[in-house]
Design a protein around this ligand. Structure first.
Ligand SMILES: [Zn+2]
Length: 255
């Protein structure tokens, strides 16, 4: 009995490495180091690529001329390329009314279905022009509304790397892979994703990342493996709601 439980926990514990804000302008020094680290341990991360980056803050980083060649190389290594917004420019404030209650700036929340569909399809067009097939999405600043989900489905995307809970789940006909913590953290149970912003990292953060990777190597999973763990059991739905409540309280109280 005990070994069965242990086996169940072990089979259902894993972390997907998600890198955010991958664009022509970014911290290429740390990206190169990350790539060497992933290759060394055969890790296949998810990269959130911004198809048409217009975010002034991000544009201040070093520009890579052959960016899309590089994205294709990553894709050919079996890394998962996801769409991370369209321009990454926030033109709305959700005032905590967004789907996951993150609040703050948003590129999508509050816009009509037509506007949101236009943003998503323009992003998809760029990936198609570059011959890069994508199937997943996550919005800048985690901010969505129902129109975002409809716009994504209209464009044939039904996988999102965001959300609460301990296991990937399906809601609004969309598959969600939970992303819970800002910091690198592996829970003793469950399948979730990191969010890593190399642009904000110093060498020390990268060193800590390397230690994290080496320590949890056996628990690092691929995007495909995460999708296979989709579980809509009632108990997990209850845990999803619970984790949402706890994290929202935690965020509001800022501890
Ligand atoms: Zn972002």
């Amino acid at each position: 009995m005990f070994s069965k439980i242990k086996n169940y926990i072990s089979k259902n514990t894993g972390i997907l490495i998600r890198l955010d804000d991958i664009a022509e302008n970014m911290n290429w020094d740390l990206m190169k180091k990350s790539e060497l680290l992933f290759d060394k341990y055969n890790i296949k991360p998810v990269l959130g690529v911004i198809p048409n980056n217009k975010d002034n803050e991000l544009l201040s980083y070093q520009k890579k001329k052959d960016f899309w060649d590089q994205v294709r190389k990553w894709k050919n290594k079996g890394w998962e390329i996801a769409m991370h917004g369209f321009t990454h420019v926030y033109d709305n404030n959700t005032k905590n009314q967004d789907y996951f209650g993150y609040g703050g700036g948003s590129e999508f929340f509050g816009h009509t279905l037509e506007v949101q569909t236009d943003k998503i399809s323009s992003g998809l067009k760029k990936f198609n022009e570059e011959n890069i097939k994508i199937r997943s999405f996550f919005a800048p600043n985690h901010t969505y509304d129902k129109n975002t989900f409809n716009a994504l489905r209209n464009s044939g995307i039904n996988e999102i790397i965001d959300g609460y809970g301990l296991m990937p789940y399906v809601e609004n006909d969309i598959k969600f892979i939970p992303q819970l913590f800002y910091r690198l953290h592996l829970l003793p149970f469950g399948i979730q994703s990191t969010q890593i912003h190399l642009n904000y990292w110093k060498q020390k953060d990268f060193d800590n990342f390397e230690i994290f990777i080496e320590k949890h190597l056996e628990k690092i999973i691929t995007y495909e493996q995460a999708l296979k763990k989709i579980n809509n059991n009632l108990i997990y739905k209850f845990i999803n709601v619970l984790s949402e409540k706890i994290l929202k309280i935690k965020r509001k109280s800022n501890f």
